[in-house]
Write a protein that binds this ligand. Structure first.
Ligand SMILES: Cc1cc2nc3c(=O)[nH]c(=O)nc-3n(C[C@H](O)[C@H](O)[C@H](O)COP(=O)(O)OP(=O)(O)OC[C@H]3O[C@@H](n4cnc5c(N)ncnc54)[C@H](O)[C@@H]3O)c2cc1C
Length: 373
């Protein structure tokens, strides 16, 4: 008999799990609370590990279409001097419009036979394999997946949250249209630039034939810097050398505070938690989505190896959790200089950019070969 999965959340985690399970013969239903499959956050970097997962679930070609290979990353100080340069050689990283990836995953999931319901809100779950919806229905399944983001109702219903730490910083993300010059420069991939000025940062990332992804990071208590629509007057004063770029920012933009989530366990009985719901991390190494997709695919692989669902979930967590925890640690540590005095900050960022040990630790998750790829 076909095994059945009910999944809460149609983001990177939920849709990847839907593809991977449906491709392995499961019947799958995904519940997305939004009326449409819409993602927030403008752009995203997807590194070798995430790209391998996209390929394994049949979404790679559509996801990276038109996205530049982000081969070089520069870090610059408040006087626009280059502090460090990292070149991705021998592995891939694309900067992509988020919606393109979500659309590609949703199309792959539907092709594999998964059903995706929008406007369907999960409010809880029980460890014996029941998903509770806001309309009062209780749906039985062999496996319930909580992929409903950092405020996960499924996770909280089965009491797995061990720690949620709100960090001191956050980001406003948006897309701006490329200029003619930027469109012409796109042929050989993209250089992304991280400009620092004290506790504030502007991240410039070409992410499609038409779009530039801008992320502005700041301390959460910095009310002017985190205001939306973006206070371009203030940002121009903090980054005078970026005035022509900042002037292009319109009324769009969404602010999110960073957080770090750890669970006591990634599953309870027949309920598994994946993605930000299980392990949200700050974006300093761009691995939240990558880990979400890796863990979603590996979950399906472990369930294929062992028909006993709770036993498969225990093996999955034991083998897969360490690389995600490494990503969380590195991401957290690399965010610390944001609050340091400019001199120390420039020293730390320069050292982090040169030290082979730091580079190995920072890129370890990106270069990891995910289970199932
Ligand atoms: C500033 C910033 C930059 C980032 N940059 C990168 C990057 O470059 N690379 C990278 O890999 N990661 C990055 N991340 C992290 C990445 O965005 C997340 O890790 C990723 O979105 C997690 O995917 P998810 O599917 O777990 O959760 P989400 O993307 O949050 O998706 C959850 C889905 O569940 C739905 N949902 C929520 N509650 C319910 C409910 N009760 N019922 C039904 N549906 C529900 C939501 O509507 C949503 O569609 C960044 C994060 C931030 C904040």
């Amino acid at each position: 008999m076909k095994q059945h999965a009910e999944i809460a959340g149609a983001g990177f985690a939920g849709l990847t799990a839907a593809c991977a399970l449906a491709q392995r013969g499961w019947s799958v239903r995904v519940h997305e609370r939004g009326q449409r499959l819409r993602t927030t956050g403008a752009g995203i970097y997807i590194y070798e590990n995430g790209l391998r997962v996209l390929a394994a679930v049949g979404a790679y070609e559509e996801a990276v279409k038109g996205a530049p290979f982000a081969h070089t990353r520069e870090v610059r100080d408040d006087r626009n001097r280059v502090i460090s340069v990292h070149r991705w050689q021998g592995s891939r990283v694309f900067s992509i419009v988020r919606q393109t990836v979500i659309n590609a995953l949703a199309a792959a999931a539907t092709r594999a036979g998964a059903e995706i319901l929008t406007g369907s809100v999960a409010t809880g779950a029980s460890a014996d394999g029941e998903l509770v919806l806001a309309d009062g229905r209780k749906l039985k399944a062999d496996l319930v997946i909580g992929a409903d983001g950092s405020n996960s109702a499924v996770r909280d219903a089965v009491g797995l949250l061990a720690k949620r730490k709100y960090l001191v910083d956050g980001a406003t993300r948006l897309l701006i249209a490329k200029t003619e010059q930027e469109r012409l420069a796109a042929a050989d991939g993209a250089t992304t630039v991280e400009y620092w000025s004290g506790t504030r940062r502007v991240l410039y990332t070409p992410c499609s034939e038409r779009d530039i992804y801008i992320a502005l990071t700041m301390l959460d208590r910095d009310e002017i810097a985190k205001a939306t629509p973006v206070r371009t007057d203030a940002w121009k004063a903090w980054f005078p050398h970026l005035e022509p770029l900042i002037e292009r920012i319109g009324d769009e933009g969404r602010y999110d505070r960073f957080d770090l989530i750890k669970l006591s366990r990634w599953s309870a009985g027949r309920v598994a938690i994946i993605g930000d719901a299980a392990h949200a991390l700050p974006p300093n190494i761009g691995q939240g989505g990558g880990c979400a997709m890796m863990n979603a695919l590996s979950l399906a692989v472990y369930l294929e190896r062992n028909v006993d669902v709770p036993a498969a979930l225990a093996a999955w967590e034991m083998n897969e959790r360490p690389i995600t925890e490494h990503a969380q640690r590195m991401s957290y540590l690399l965010g610390l200089p944001a609050t340091w005095p400019p001199f120390l900050q420039a020293m730390a960022l320069g050292w982090a950019g040169r030290s082979q040990w730091v580079i190995r630790q920072r890129t370890k998750t990106a270069l990891h070969h995910p289970t199932g790829t």
